[in-house]
Design a protein around this ligand. Sequence first.
Ligand code: TXA
Ligand code: MG
Length: 380
Amino acid sequence: MPFSHNLRLILSATRSVIPINLAMPSATPRNTVLLNGTNELDLNHAAQLLRTDHLVAFPTETVYGLGANALSSSATSAIFHAKSRPCDNPLIVHIASPADLQTHNLTTQVSPRAMALAKAFWPGPLTLVLPLSKDSKLAREVTAGLDTVAVRVPKHPVAAALLAKAGVPVAAPSANLSGRPSPTCAKHVMRDLEGRVDAVVDGGELWKGGGWGVESTVIHVGQHGVDILRPGVIGIEDIRQVVGKILIRNGKTTDGERVRAPGMKYRHYAPRARVEVIAEGHIEQRIAELRQEGKLVGILAGEDICESNEGNAVVAVRCGRGDVEGFARGLYRGLRAFDGEETGVGKVDVILAVPPRGTGGMEEAVMNRLMKAASGEKVG
Ligand code: TXA
Ligand code: MG
């Protein structure tokens, strides 16, 4: 949804508690080792752990993922337990190169359009939903019973090296507890999953290392058009440049508003504080109003806005310099900080988020995540 500059308060939410799926048995305790993503021996060890059905979190160019051997039922079902993730939400399969689609017999066919998209954006933050091969050896848990499989080839050098060494397809959702913001550094992963996974490969802080900070775009290429199932780093215009003048639907289908990525129906993250998404021109007035009500206000915005309002509001993280990429890199980290994960940042009552204007793919992805944080609406 494009961000309208005139929109003052887009959404606000009631205070809510992070959801725990009570139907999910708790994860078996595990001893979590922290491995260094730039150390060859550590990477070999992580690859060996993946091959032997252990749970390994690792960095990608979007967010950290929680990986397991996608051919193993016990390994992939352990992902759902570790994250407390509902089991009808399928996982993305990560492979080292497009050739692995065939090597691992993941899909029956890749249409010319899907092939063109793979060529344009792999390795990179694009997930393609493809028809699942009838004699695929993927664990049933990965696809949650669907006849499609979501695949991506990550670009992050640590992810790429790890996948190449592992030699198995790796199923990996974001490495957070279900309902928490996706992690953008190893510390976030440890915070959520220490004792629930076997290893965390530290690839540094993604906001420093050129990571995107929001998840990949999930798309399905049909006969007549392309469906964007989850907005992400790659935007509709990027896709149009490759597929030309064909129908591109943004999560909506002709028979109503059928949501195609199962994860989109689940509740995403709602911080303890209420989130209000607000345009830059209204921030000072809104801070003043909230302060009058006795509220402690935090702001999630670019450097300039943070600086000019710092006296009246708490700044946890400066999200770039007014650019959407910078905002995205700071987004999940900032939300985690306001939940008390960063030393020196106190809890606030209301978070005012001021995303940069624009209608590109990243703006849409950022707005999508912020709206979920603001409304507590079920998404993915
Ligand atoms: O950037 C990313 O995509 C990260 C990194 C770790 O790769 N992964 C990630 O995974 O965000 P996860 O599980 O948090 O989100 C995957 C989304 C979910 O909404 C899921 O429902 C959808 O992809 N999905 C997976 N398989 C699908 C399929 N066969 N058809 C439609 N949607 C699918
Ligand atoms: Mg996720």
